[in-house]
Design a binder for this molecule. Structure first.
Ligand code: ATP
Ligand code: MG
Length: 904
């Protein structure tokens, strides 16, 4: 049975049983605790947490998931992929254990002819929490499973919670026995390879008040309404139903392995010494190529941290494993399309977005190939050093540096070392790796701790319900203060100068999101006022203002949760700064307009990858490989400003995600679209349609102006455009105009002639410098006669020893020989000149014949002087020269020459 069929049957099964089919959310769904969506329930979290009311009681989905914890295990086990799809059915306060077990049992055991998966009931095992008698009974009654195929398993395996206070409950997992050839008997407890977990049913039934570990938590009591969350691995079911031995051989993955075989000339599943190692490589290639495809498809670009780094690792590992299989040429252009053809059947956006995906992936491979090349040179140097020193082992820190600095993988280092007849201090390398991993973990723990703080916000949310958020409707509200926090803890009051957080029952303040900064403004209360510094939504539904007390003291009732207790606090007046908001609206609409202009000029593959806007300023990052030409930048600016001048209407409406897609709206990745209805902002009808929760102007002309101030690279495959909007745009242009005005006054020319005028001036300056240089040289040389005349007598030798500032080697030599010619005759004559130019000293000694006859040598004199110049030199008896880098001791150098002559 094909993967597509398994997916369809799953959805159809649950749709027929009253479930709403919900499309997969993006892998990048916003969740502070997750890098990627890793389970089918993630998009439904707000419903399970009671933060939002679900629009349905039953739902089913096939959710894209990425789990990267075991990236190194891929291909070694039979059942773990970095990307996989989780089929799920969900009940929100509707059916519970019995229903979930009934639905699951029907689907897996119904005959294939009747729309089921047709698994043999005798091969099915399940696990339950030992104390969950209810589940055990249900399995016996509904499925007729014998006791010995219902295995008890403890909290670690069979209890689910979110790691934070909230819902929790026992699980029941469904396993298929693959047969005695795959391991010992004894159920999943004995062997998880023979007994393959395909489905996990989670029964959310209790409220946890504290969670310390997976198996260490406090139960506060039963949940008022019980929920079901299940997850069935699509690839795992496929590998069983397609009679394969692991998930990498199924219909949607194996074609990549086939292509890799063709390219490398190696055989998957061969026998022989290296066969297993090669098989793992083939699987890694196929898994990673597919995961990379899905990640880029959802908007990830390679980078050095977070999501981007995961993608980079996957792509690099795929490429490297192809090299290890013996294929040296660019591999992704060959492999990625194979994966696209298979996955595109369920995810058509991979086909429609192919150009962008390919561009990003291929560029990353090119970059990695360069890294490999550079790393290879560094490796050769290191290997050379080791050999010259007579050793045979490359030190661990060298291998680590190659890995860490050049991204040069250890197995490649090992392999190349072996080829060079060397070994690598692998334990040393592993030690350094372990230390680095420890540091990373400590980092992650620190970050987790930060998120755990959301507990306090969740408590506020539980006590008071979600904030009534009125940013679209009004700039001012009368609001009731519900809670005050200082340094993360609830406090009864905030007073003069203090900074803390305030939660109101309703607020007009825009909380930072979708690239738009939070509103600024004040909150006034009887006897005082607060300045709003920041506004965030730390948990969904709750708006939190960070405030500084300007004046007075604000108190809230200590009776948390007492909604009526306003006696101590009264109402406050929340006021968004209207100027700020106008600026923010201009900048946000400006961002959409620049994005649309970008796509008009560069084509639809230019897609925003991030944005930020605040009053007067916007920046937009987008996937694009090359620098834009000045003409392209200007055209983008022009198209943007034409859109302002056209006074396009700006509007927004709510619709379902699929309606939005049909409408051509651009869904930007990483945004949360789990609402049934999404908000689409459009400017000029179809010209710009984006999913967006921000605040906007009503007509494009209200943006005022858009002035692009820069275009630059922000990491591989991403560019950034920055622009100013509204008054800031005008101010910028006005400042530029002032500069031009001052220049034209200075240059006494019209502004249109400034460039030509400055060009002329620069040209004249260059000519003048050349002239000056000529004159300087002439002057220098004309000094020869004077120098000769000024010769002193040292020990019967006529000596000219002189420093020449501004003269370099050639000048000094010319002058020295000139002076010597003037001192020809029977009297010994010595000329020593030291020039100093550009921080360098140049020394020349020239002797006439008589001096040489006296036994003097020019080389000796240069050698006597050079050490003072921090330099060296030498030459023949008649002429020698040298140089040095210290010009501060030229006088001492000359004195040394005189002294040498005086000694004879
Ligand atoms: P395992 O113990 O086998 O690693 P799990 O307990 O981590 O699986 P769950 O979190 O219960 O898995 O996820 C529900 C289902 O999703 C599993 O029953 C399995 O079918 C599937 N699944 C989980 N992780 C993967 C993966 N890395 N690759 C493919 N399928 C997976
Ligand atoms: Mg499980």
């Amino acid at each position: 049975m094909s993967s597509a069929e398994i997916r369809n049957r799953f959805l159809a099964h649950f749709e027929a049983r009253g479930h709403t089919v919900v499309p997969s959310a993006s892998l990048l769904l916003d969740d502070p605790n997750l890098l990627f969506v890793n389970a089918g329930m993630v998009p439904f979290k707000p419903y399970f947490l009671g933060q939002e009311t679900p629009p349905f009681q039953r739902a089913t989905s096939v959710q894209k998931c990425v789990r990267t914890l075991d990236i190194e295990e891929v291909g070694k086990t039979t059942r773990h992929g970095t990307f996989f799809q989780m089929n799920g059915n969900f009940s929100f306060g509707d059916y519970f254990k019995e229903g979930a077990i009934q639905f699951a049992w029907e689907l897996i055991t119904n005959a294939q002819a009747d729309g089921g998966f047709g698994f043999d009931p005798d091969k099915i095992w399940v696990t339950v929490l030992p104390e969950d008698a209810e589940a055990r009974d249900a399995w016996k009654r509904i499925a007729g499973l014998p006791d010995d195929r219902i295995q008890p398993r403890g909290l670690k395996d069979n209890y689910w919670n979110m790691g934070v206070p909230g819902p929790g409950g026992p699980c029941s997992e469904i396993y298929i026995d693959r047969g005695p050839e795959f391991g010992p008997d004894g159920g999943p407890e004995a062997d998880e390879d023979r007994f393959l977990e395909i489905w996990n049913l989670v029964f959310m039934q209790e409220e946890l008040s504290a969670v310390r570990a997976k198996d260490d938590f406090d139960i506060a009591g039963p949940l008022p309404s019980k929920n079901i969350d299940t997850g069935m691995g699509l690839e795992r079911v496929a590998y069983l139903l397609q009679d394969k031995h692991n998930m990498y051989e199924i219909d949607t993955i194996f074609p990549v392995i086939e292509k890799a075989m063709e390219l490398s000339g190696k055989k998957y599943g061969a026998s022989g010494a290296d066969a297993h190692v090669d098989d793992v490589r083939f699987r890694v290639v196929a898994d990673h190529v597919r995961s990379s495809l899905m990640l880029i498809g959802d908007g990830v670009t390679p980078g050095n941290e977070g999501r981007g780094y995961v993608l980079r690792r996957l792509l690099r590992r795929a490429v490297r494993n192809m090299r290890l299989l013996g294929y040296q040429d660019p591999a992704l252009p060959e492999l990625l399309p194979v994966s696209r053809d298979k996955m595109g059947e369920s995810y058509p956006e991979l086909v429609s977005g192919w150009d962008r995906i390919a561009q990003i992936a291929f560029a990353e491979e090119e970059a990695f190939r360069k890294t490999l090349q550079a790393g290879t040179q560094i490796f050769d140097l290191a290997a050379g050093d080791v050999k010259r020193s007579g050793a045979t082992t490359i030190a661990g820190d060298k291998a680590f540096a190659l890995h860490d600095t050049y991204g040069f993988p250890i197995d490649l280092t090992l392999e190349m070392a072996a080829e060079a007849g060397l070994s690598v201090d692998e334990p040393g390398f592993r030690q350094l790796m372990a230390e680095q991993r420890e540091r990373a973990k400590a980092d992650a723990r620190a970050k987790k701790g930060h998120h755990a703080d959301t507990g306090v916000y969740r408590d506020i949310l539980d006590a008071h319900g979600p904030t009534e958020w009125l940013a679209y409707e009004t700039l001012e509200t009368e609001s009731k203060p519900l809670a005050l926090l200082r340094e993360g803890a609830a406090v009864p009051a905030l007073t003069g100068g203090e900074i803390g957080e305030l939660v109101l029952d309703r607020t007009p303040f825009y909380a930072e999101s979708g690239g738009q900064v939070a509103d600024a403004g004040v909150i006034e209360f009887e006897g005082g006022a607060l300045e709003v510094l920041d506004v965030q939504r730390p948990v969904r539904g709750l708006v939190v203002h960070q405030v500084r007390v300007l004046d007075g003291e604000l108190r809230v009732s200590r009776l948390a949760g007492a909604r009526t207790s306003t006696t101590e606090s009264g109402l406050v007046h929340a006021k968004v700064d209207p100027q700020w908001r106008i600026g923010a609206r201009q900048a946000h609409s400006g961002t959409h307009i620049v994005h649309a202009a970008l796509r008009e000029v560069l084509g639809p593959t230019a897609l925003q990858s991030g944005s930020y806007n605040r009053p007067g300023y916007l920046r937009l990052d987008f996937g694009w490989l090359n620098a834009l030409s000045p003409d392209q930048v200007r055209e983008i600016e022009q198209v943007s400003n034409n859109a302002l001048r056209a006074d396009l209407p700006v509007g927004w409406q709510y619709m379902t995600l699929s309606e939005a897609k049909d409408w051509g709206a651009i869904a930007l990745f990483g945004e949360t679209y789990d609402d049934q209805k999404v908000r689409v902002v459009e400017i000029g009808g179809p010209w710009s349609r984006e999913l967006c929760g921000g605040t906007h102007v009503e007509h494009s002309s209200q943006v005022g102006t858009i002035v692009v101030t820069s275009e630059a690279s922000v990491g591989s495959g991403n560019r950034r455009i920055e622009a100013l909007t509204g008054v800031e745009g005008f101010d910028y242009l006005a400042r530029e105009r002032d500069v031009v005005g001052q220049l034209s006054t200075l240059l006494k020319t019209q502004s249109g002639d400034i460039v030509g005028r400055v060009g002329d001036l620069l040209e004249r300056l260059k000519q003048s410098e050349k002239e000056i240089e000529k004159i300087r040289l002439a002057q220098l040389l004309s000094g020869g006669a004077a120098l000769a005349e000024g010769a002193s007598d040292v020990n019967g030798v006529r000596l000219v020893a002189q420093r020449l500032d501004g003269a370099s080697g050639g000048d000094v030599r010319t002058l020295a020989t000139d002076v010597r010619a003037r001192l020809a005759g029977d009297t010994p004559a010595v000329v020593v000149l030291i020039g100093a130019a550009d921080g360098k000293a140049a020394i020349v000694a020239a002797l006439n014949d008589a001096a040489q006859a006296r036994g003097l040598a020019a080389g000796d004199l240069v050698r006597a002087a050079a050490p003072f110049l921090d330099g060296k030199g030498g030459g023949k008896a008649d002429l020698a020269q040298g140089g040095g880098t210290d010009v501060s001791r030229i006088d001492e150098a000359l004195a040394a020459v005189t002294a040498a002559l005086a000694q004879g």
